[in-house]
Structures are given as structure tokens and as C-alpha cells.
Write a protein that binds this ligand. Structure first.
Ligand code: GLN
Length: 317
């Protein structure tokens, strides 16, 4: 039986076949400069062991993956009151669509489309003096990496090309669903999306979702087991934009992607994973990162069929 490290290396090798397919996001000019052939994967076990391959320690723009941290913080602060401002159902629409928001009275379908994350950010702007710094510090503590920073170049680029996101924010304001100054909310949202983290950082930071809310790096619970389960449910149904159903079918894993090319996925009770490669498909999900997660899910399925469940420790995780 191969070791976990050998397995992760073999996943990386096999998924490399998909490099060269897809296009880097260019609607944020600072992201268009990325090399589409970069690729990395990291896995963090619930015992804290890290296995990685490829460019797993290279920081990249986490983009929409930040929406999971925004949601987690907002639920910690506001609890269920948050759901008066944002729904919990898949949108079936592109992540930056305006049509549904207008049709549904300014209440975004879920916290992982842009409008939903902007609505969640509005709640945090009301709750913290410097919400983006707070979120950055949470990312630092959860990943155990004090060097994590907000990439000011990416943030400025998003601000400069904010028209669509600004349109969503103003629409929500017009419906009375945004309490704070639009520019402040957008600046905060862009700062969080512009966090720069590596696959290793992200796999560590999101391990609490695999571990019933317990954060290894904090040595304590970050969220309750119920909240971890609920956040995973939202990742499963809404985390991959309008491809969520398709990705769920292919992997069976809760996951969240970002247009920087990263995808975080959770195997509840066992480990968290982050894969990264900047070239995206037409729905904004990384081609190679999706593929490596599909290979991983296939292997896990094969193993659990081959190995009696009481001897899963053979997988060393
Ligand atoms: N910051 C990006 C935006 O608002 C996030 C989009 C994404 O990763 N899907 O457009």
C-alpha cells in the first residue's frame, strides 16, 4: 500500500494531464498575469499531518474561497439572524449574475455567489472595526502562518473593475438590504478576496470543517459541530457556483472554488484538501484542481470498498 505522501504525489502526477485546458480569469486584470500551468495540492489530516505535491507552498489569490471565512465569521457573530439577508439555496446562475437578485427582491440566493458574499460582508462591516484585518488574522491563526497578507495589487485591480459587484451592492441597498456604505462594504469584500494563501495554508485553515469544528492550530473548537456540518452542506450545494450539482455528482465532496484557481474540499471526519491551478473552465472553476479532486474521490471510494471500515487506519490518516 502506498503512503499518503506517495498517494498525493501520484494524484498530482495524474492530474497534470489537464494542464493547458481552460483560461485564467481576466476580468480582474491582476489575475490575468498568472501562469496557467502552475499546479499544487495539499492535504491536511485531522491529526494535523500535511501531505503535498507540486507548487503547494506558493501563495495565490484565494478569491471566492474567502466567502467561506466571511460566512463563518458572520454566523459566529450573528447566528441565524444572518439568514434574513441571504438564502441557502443553489442559484443555478453564474456567480456574478444580477438578474436573479433583481427578481428576488435583493435577497441573494446563497452566501457563495458574489451578491451573497457582499451581503454577508455588510453584516461584518457592522460588527467589526476593521473586518478585513480581522478576517486576515483569523486566516493567519487557522493556518498557523503569520505571513499571510492581503495582495494590494489584486485588491486595487478588483476595486478598479468593480462595476458589476457595485451594481449588486447598490441593488441590495435600493431594496433596503444593505446597511452600510457601499464603498466600505466593497473595499472590505475585495480585501478579503485578495488574501494570498498557499494550498498548505488553505488545507490547514479549513481543516476545522473536516474535524467537526475543531481547529488544530487553535487547539480548540472554532465552530460547533452543528455549524461545521451546516457550512459543509452549503459548500456541497452552492460552493462551485452553477456547477455545484455536477461537481457534487463527480466527487461527493463539499468544496469551494475561487477564480484564482484554488479549490478547497472537505472529507468530513478525515481531512481537508486544497488544490490550485489558475486555468478555469467557463463556469470559473479550475480545470486541473477539479480533476485532481475527482481522482482523489475515486481513489477514496475504491479504498473504502476494498478495505473493511474498521481498518481504515491502514490509510494512515
Ligand atoms: N473577487 C471576485 C469577484 O468578486 C471573486 C469571484 C470568484 O472567485 N468567483 O468577482
Amino acid at each position: 500500500m502506498e503512503t499518503m505522501q506517495q498517494w498525493v504525489e501520484s494524484l498530482e502526477r495524474r492530474a497534470r494531464a489537464r494542464l493547458g485546458i481552460g483560461r485564467v480569469a481576466d476580468y480582474i486584470p491582476a489575475l490575468a498575469e498568472q501562469d496557467p500551468d502552475r499546479f499544487g495540492i495539499a492535504l491536511c489530516s485531522n491529526q494535523g499531518a500535511i501531505y503535498h505535491a507540486g507548487e503547494a507552498q506558493t501563495p495565490f489569490s484565494i478569491q471566492s474561497i474567502a466567502k467561506v471565512l466571511l460566512l463563518t465569521l458572520a454566523l459566529r457573530v450573528q447566528g441565524d439572524a444572518l439568514w434574513t439577508r441571504v438564502g441557502r439555496n443553489p442559484s443555478g446562475m453564474p456567480f456574478n449574475s444580477l438578474a436573479q437578485l433583481e427578481a428576488e427582491g435583493g435577497k441573494p440566493r446563497n452566501p457563495f455567489i458574489n451578491a451573497g458574499a457582499i451581503a454577508v460582508t455588510d453584516r461584518l462591516v457592522g460588527a467589526f472595526a476593521t473586518p478585513s484585518k480581522h478576517l486576515r488574522d483569523v486566516a493567519r491563526r487557522l493556518s498557523g502562518n503569520p505571513k499571510i497578507h492581503i495582495d494590494e495589487n489584486v485588491q486595487a485591480s478588483e476595486w478598479q473593475h468593480r462595476a458589476r459587484n457595485a451594481a449588486m451592492a447598490y441593488l441590495m441597498q435600493a431594496f433596503g438590504h444593505l446597511d452600510n456604505d457601499v464603498d466600505t462594504v466593497l473595499q472590505t469584500y475585495f480585501s478579503c478576496c485578495a488574501l494570498s494563501m498557499s494550498c498548505v495554508d488553505l488545507a490547514r485553515a479549513f481543516n476545522f470543517l473536516a474535524a467537526e469544528g475543531h481547529a488544530l492550530s487553535l487547539g480548540e473548537r472554532f465552530v460547533s459541530p452543528d455549524l461545521a456540518r451546516r457550512i459543509n452542506a452549503l459548500l456541497f450545494t452552492c460552493g462551485m457556483y452553477d456547477a455545484a450539482g455536477d461537481f457534487a455528482y463527480r466527487t461527493g465532496l463539499p468544496a469551494k472554488s475561487g477564480v484564482g484557481g484554488g479549490i478547497v474540499a472537505i472529507v468530513p471526519g478525515r481531512f481537508s484538501i486544497c488544490a490550485w491551478s489558475p486555468a478555469l473552465d467557463e463556469r470559473g472553476n479550475s480545470v486541473a484542481a477539479q480533476h485532481v479532486l475527482e481522482l482523489l474521490a475515486d481513489d477514496l471510494g475504491r479504498w473504502s470498498r476494498a478495505i473493511p471500515s474498521d481498518s481504515m487506519t491502514i490509510m494512515n490518516i
